[in-house]
Design a protein around this ligand. Sequence first.
Ligand SMILES: [Zn+2]
Length: 246
Amino acid sequence: MYNSMLECNSTTVRKVLQADVKMHPRAAKCWTAQMLDGFHGLHRCDDFVSAVRNGVPIKLQDFTDNLRLRIRDVWGTANDVGSRSSVSLYEAFFGIPFDKDVRAPVWLPHYMSQDHSKHVMCNVSRFRLRAHTLLVDRAIWSHGAGSPICDQCDLHEVQDEAHVLFKCTCPEICQLRRKYSTLFLQTAHLSSATSCVQFVNKPMMYNFLSQANYKLSRFVSELMDLCEAGLGQPQTDQPTFLAEGP
Ligand SMILES: [Zn+2]
């Protein structure tokens, strides 16, 4: 829009833009001031600010490249803000590596291109975004009023994603793992004779959660249902029209 206003054949529009640019040091809410604020964090921020102040067009390809780089920089902060931050967990468990070419398309998670009900899609999204009800986060949000230790098994471990996916010995979850045992064969060596895994690390979590198998979403969704129902009242995956009611 800025470039269009610069090249507009209307003298009035060009003069309004020039006046707005001159006004921005004294008017923080003017259009130019807000645009310059939006440049913060871009690798070539100073160049774009200088272009606006001098009334020079901005090269859109450079600008979009810088926007993409700024979004990528979000992942660079993942290790600085704590191991239970949403960014660090998302990167560790679900992060899809970026292409070296900043203009290459960004790949979507497998489940977004699979045919699942709205209920499953919602559950999987919540699990990925840490919007679940596992005790580890309920304890954080309750500021210590609740315990993060799993109350469904006797392992005395924090009930986090790794615990419920691989380690919890709760009978309902063990039964769910057996139901989806093919998901565990490659990453966790879970056989039909075992119901849980002793050792779990982040690479194992990433490999498991990166499977393109459509059953993975069904498993995660049913696991979320179990956790939300207090592990005593499992809910079945309902078709969208049933989940939404009549
Ligand atoms: Zn447990």
